[in-house]
Design a binder for this molecule. Structure first.
Ligand code: HEC
Length: 227
């Protein structure tokens, strides 16, 4: 068999178009066999043994690293919804929160958070508010007359933040458990929007301080009795 170009035409003929029977060029064959070999290595590296991170995993890792760095800068500052949400993106913090939850909270809220003595923390109904900061304030200060203790002294603010970030990641899972208690997330959203100034919090001032509906009626606005 000779490697010289022979320009032999094959016998078939499609509407007058014929085909040469040429040998494929080496550079073409190299790219073909090269990519076959590469794909095997790629498959083993990224999928079978998962040594390398996929694009999604690399992205996720970068987000986690950035969140951890930002969290470190925020740690000394005031606790906000944003800082608590940031913590939910740092797996090490959420995991630490999960461990605290398993040690301190499951006897009343169950291991999965679906509630027992305490409310279901995975449903869409909240007695003291679903926002991260509201949950933080509830856990810090407790609801002493209802059997939920204040955890700020026993756990301290950092572990409370971690356990709250864990609770926030389970929020809305709607696991079957204790029947809903309190107001729906939608109602809380309306109520929270109405008291807009209370957007950042401090643990010493629970949100319930702002008494709703306490504005005095303006004089002279009563409609006249019809006559
Ligand atoms: C001894 C039982 C008990 C333990 C332990 C306990 N809780 Fe509670 N928790 C309750 C009860 C009871 C309530 C409901 C309070 C009420 O009726 O106002 C509650 C309420 C809550 C709420 C508010 C839920 C809502 O609907 O607004 C959160 C959040 C919460 N607990 C988190 C925690 C976390 C986190 C821990 C662990 C650090 C914990 N609890 C440990 C009994 C407990």
């Amino acid at each position: 068999m000779s490697y010289a170009r022979t320009d032999v035409t094959l016998d078939h003929d499609f509407d007058g178009i014929q085909e040469f029977d040429n040998r494929l060029p080496n550079w073409w064959l190299f790219t073909l066999y090269g990519s076959v070999v590469f794909s095997v290595g790629y498959w083993l590296f990224y999928h079978t043994f998962a040594v390398g991170h996929s694009q999604d995993q690399s992205y996720e890792r970068e987000v986690q690293v950035a969140a951890a760095a930002q969290l470190e800068r925020e740690m000394g500052k005031e606790v906000t919804n944003e800082s608590l949400l940031l913590m939910t993106q740092v797996p090490a913090q959420v995991e630490a929160g999960m461990k605290t939850f398993q040690q301190k909270c499951t006897q009343c809220h169950k291991l999965d958070g679906s509630g027992d003595i305490g409310p279901n923390l995975t449903d869409d109904f909240w007695l003291h508010g679903p926002e991260p900061l509201q949950i933080y304030n509830t856990v810090m200060n407790g609801v002493l007359d209802k059997g939920m203790q204040a955890w700020k002294d026993q756990l301290g603010p950092v572990r409370v933040r971690q356990v709250v970030s864990y609770v926030v990641t389970r929020k809305g899972m709607n696991l079957p458990g204790k029947a809903p208690q309190g107001k729906s997330v939608a109602d809380w959203a309306k109520e929270n929007a109405a008291k807009a100034p209370a957007k950042t919090g401090d643990a010493a001032a629970p949100a319930k301080d702002a008494a709703p509906g306490s504005a005095p009626a303006a004089p002279g606005t009563t409609p006249k009795a019809g006559g």
